[in-house]
Every structure is written in structure tokens, then in C-alpha cells.
Design a protein around this ligand. Structure first.
Ligand code: UDX
Length: 436
């Protein structure tokens, strides 16, 4: 099969490289010349474990190439994926579909044969209908089916998620679309990954419903964590206790500083907007968005409290370990670290920080935070150390050294990666999330 991937960002590049690895002939297209130049030179535009090697081996095998020329890239393609960004529209939170529609028009104008056009970008219900209308409007003589095929890739684990998915969702309105998509995903079908065929609108909604549900699970356990702190219970045991019930499931029940990233915050907002437009409010998701937003600053106040409260904290310094919204990524989008650092600085607390991959992206967002080149350099002379992101590198810190470097042995662990008993035994004044 010949596949064209329009948009070589996170989703497009990972999907394109994985399709090539299955043996398809893939062209990744992007209008950003410097991104394409860097890809030609083997430089990845994002940090994703294993991606550079996957890209390199498939380029070498002649199955993966890059271009800025959309007409050339889609020429002869059986399936053309649209994998461009759908950011939150400034001012109202709707998904901004400008890029998706621009690509649809250009694809329609430059089609050289029959093809299936697949939206992989996360798009609100009804976008596929509009993409189809735009393509028809170009007057293309070729047969086109517009299909929805949402991605469920986690940053940091995207290649594994692509190759061993829990399910593949395909929303198609005709046999042509369904048949081409069956061929595209044949290698995974042989792996026994379940494929769910639905209508296009259903598929579009599945993506939002999945992310909103996961965001709800996280927010639920975060509120349970707050309650645990008040009643003297342990949230990790609550998670285990409820997660063993197969109807609930154990995943996405880790309490922490609130969810961030490129998907949950934007997709929950966009779902609310769709629900509003259709006069069908989703009040649970509304609450999730509000609770998660306020939680991030609340985590900053937790650190202020650990420093002895507002008066005592002023003039002190906090060392933040981890800035990205989760480990194994350099992504800072909607990271709780931003709100935590801001809250601390608003309270007159100076902030030093270290992150294994995220400091370059974090620096412009947090210009007043001093970036350091190791965890220990950040901790040196600080009054509290705060674990914000659970990078493996922070799971086995040299606690003796940490204690020596701090002015006082205070740790706030927003990811519960240490055990309260161990930390107390090591002489720390230790605060975590949802654990007495
Ligand atoms: C998510 C979805 O998982 C993926 O299917 C979708 O396609 C894109 O959005 P991603 O944003 O990469 O992926 O990260 P994920 O691992 O889902 O974590 C999202 C946020 O939730 C992170 O901030 C993470 O720290 C937080 N989280 C996750 C928790 O606080 N607790 C949990 O138990 C799980």
C-alpha cells in the first residue's frame, strides 16, 4: 500500500514510521521546510523513545521518505492521512480546524487517483462530513472516501501503543473506505489487534469520549487523594482496592498534580464545546476540567505549606525535579509544573529546576526559573525539593546527598514515588499526595 501522511508532527511521524515498518510505502509531508530538512538529516523534531532508530531503518529500507510537496507526496497514494494539529481555538476552546480544512482542499485539488482520506487528527463530530464536502467542492474527478481513524498514542510509549493497540477504531461510511483501511491495518489485524468499524461520527466521538473518561478517572482519584489526606487514609491502597474490580480497572488511578499534555486539556474543552453546541451538556466533564485546573495551583500551595506557610515561605527557594507533563517526553504543554512554579513565585519563593528532556521547552515558559544541569545542582541550597514529574532518574536519588544539600530536609513528592516510612526513616519531613 502507498500511504501519505500529511503533517509530520508527533502523531504523523510516529504513525508514518510505524506504517513503514509494517512494510507499507510511506511519504510524510509537512509544510515546515526546516522540519523536513532535519528529518532528511535524521534529526527528530520531538523526543520519543525509539523513534529515531525506527525512522532511520525505514528510510534506509526505502519505505519512508519526507517532502514538503503535498502534490508529489500524495501522488498514487491509496490512503492519505490528515495528521495536522487541532489546537484549542484562542478565546473559546473549540478545536481549531483551519489546518485540517486547508489540507482537505489541497488534497482535493491535487489528487491523482482514487483514494481514501483519513482524519487522524482529533476532530469534533461532523468534521469528516465537512472534509468530504470540501474535497467534493474542488471538483476532483476521482473517487474519494473520507474515513475517521483516531489515534490513541501516549507520548513516551507511542511506538508500542501503535504496534500493539488495545483497539483500532475506524469510522467509515462505505465499502471502499472500509476495504482500504482493512488493508492499511492488515499487519495489526494479523497480530489480533481488534478493529472496531463504526460510522464516521461515532468514531470521531469515541476519541473524545475515551480521553474525557480517562481524564475523569484521574480527576476522581485526585479528589479521593484529597479526601484521604483529611480522613487519614492511603490513596494508593484505595486505587488498588477499587482497581482490582475488573469493572473499574487499575489503570489511570495514580493520584498526582493533575493531568496535562497535548490531549486531555484540549480534548476535554473541545468536547464541552461540542456538547454546548448540541445543547447536550456533559456536566461531569465540566467538573473534571474545573477540578483539574484548580488542582495545579493547589499543588503549589501544598509546597508553600511544607515551607511553613505564606509568611515563612517568602524568600525561600524550592527545587523542582521534573517539568514535563509526564516522563519520557520533552512536552511542556499544560504541564502542572508551570502552575506549581508560578504559584511558588507568586508567593515569593525562588525556584530552581531540573528536567532530563524538558528544560529547553520549559525555559521560555518559565523565564524566572533557574534551570540547572542536574537534580543535585537544583537542590543545592534549596529549602524544599519537589518531585513534579516521575522520571525514572528521580526514583533512586542519593537521599543522604539530597539531605546535605538542602537547608532543611523537606520533600514534597507530587507523584508518590517514595514511601513515607522510608523517607521518615531517612530523616525527611515528607509530604506526598493522598497519604497520611
Ligand atoms: C493521552 C492518551 O492516553 C492517549 O490515548 C491520547 O491519544 C493522547 O492523550 P498522553 O497525553 O501522551 O496520552 O499521556 P497520558 O499517559 O495519557 O497522561 C496524561 C496526563 O495524565 C499526564 O499529565 C499524566 O501525568 C496524567 N496521569 C495519567 C495521572 O495523573 N494519573 C494517571 O493515573 C495517569
Amino acid at each position: 500500500m502507498k500511504i501519505a501522511m500529511v503533517g509530520s508532527g508527533y502523531v504523523g511521524l510516529v504513525s508514518g514510521a510505524c506504517f513503514a515498518d509494517f512494510g507499507h510505502d510511506v511519504v510524510c509531508i509537512d509544510k515546515d521546510q526546516s522540519k523536513i530538512d532535519r528529518l532528511h538529516a535524521g534529526i527528530m523534531p520531538i523526543y520519543e523513545p525509539g523513534l529515531d532508530a525506527l525512522v532511520e531503518s525505514n528510510v534506509r529500507a526505502g519505505r519512508l521518505s519526507f517532502t514538503i510537496d503535498l502534490g508529489e507526496g500524495i501522488s498514487g497514494a491509496d490512503a492519505i492521512f490528515i495528521a495536522v494539529g487541532t489546537p484549542s481555538r484562542r478565546g473559546d476552546g473549540h478545536a481549531d480546524l483551519t489546518f485540517v480544512y486547508e489540507v482537505a482542499r489541497e488534497v482535493g485539488e491535487k489528487l491523482s487517483g482514487d483514494a481514501v482520506v483519513v482524519t487522524k487528527s482529533t476532530v469534533p463530530v461532523g468534521t469528516g462530513d465537512e472534509v468530504e464536502r470540501i474535497i467534493k467542492e474542488t471538483g476532483t474527478p476521482h473517487k474519494v472516501a473520507v474515513v475517521s481513524n483516531p489515534e490513541f498514542l501516549r507520548e513516551g510509549a507511542a511506538i508500542g501503543d501503535f504496534k500493539r493497540p488495545d483497539r483500532i477504531v475506524i469510522g467509515a461510511e462505505d465499502d471502499f473506505g472500509r476495504e482500504v483501511m482493512r488493508q492499511v491495518y492488515r499487519p495489526l489485524f494479523l497480530n489480533e489487534s481488534p478493529i472496531l468499524f463504526t460510522s464516521r461520527r461515532t468514531s470521531e466521538l469515541i476519541k473524545y469520549a475515551a480521553n474525557a473518561f480517562l481524564a475523569t478517572k484521574i480527576t476522581f482519584i485526585n479528589e479521593m487523594a484529597d479526601l484521604c489526606e483529611k480522613v487519614g487514609a492511603n490513596v494508593q491502597d484505595v486505587s488498588r482496592g477499587i482497581g482490582m474490580d475488573k469493572r473499574i480497572g487499575s489503570k489511570f488511578l495514580h493520584a498526582g498534580p493533575g493531568y496535562g499534555g497535548s490531549c486531555f486539556p484540549k480534548d476535554t474543552l473541545a468536547l464541552l464545546k461540542t456538547a454546548e453546541d448540541y445543547d447536550s451538556p456533559t456536566r461531569i466533564v465540566e467538573a473534571v476540567v474545573k477540578v483539574n485546573d484548580t488542582r495545579k495551583r493547589a499543588m503549589g500551595r501544598k509546597v508553600v505549606d511544607a515551607l511553613g506557610g505564606t509568611e515563612a515561605a517568602r524568600g525561600k527557594r524550592a527545587a523542582l525535579l521534573g517539568l514535563t507533563f509526564k516522563p519520557n517526553t520533552d512536552d511542556m504543554r499544560d504541564s502542572p509544573a508551570i502552575a506549581v512554579a508560578q504559584t511558588l513565585m507568586d508567593a515569593g519563593v525562588a525556584v530552581t529546576a531540573y528536567d532530563p528532556e524538558g528544560m529547553e521547552a520549559a525555559a521560555p515558559l518559565l523565564p524566572d526559573v533557574t534551570m540547572c544541569d542536574s537534580p543535585y545542582a537544583a537542590i543545592d541550597g534549596a529549602d524544599v525539593v519537589v518531585i513534579v514529574t516521575e522520571w525514572d532518574a528521580f526514583r533512586a536519588l542519593d537521599l543522604k546527598r539530597v539531605k546535605q544539600l538542602l537547608t532543611q530536609p523537606v520533600m514534597v513528592d507530587l507523584r508518590n514515588i517514595y514511601k513515607p516510612d522510608d523517607m521518615r526513616a531517612a530523616g525527611f519531613d515528607y509530604v506526598s499526595v493522598g497519604r497520611a
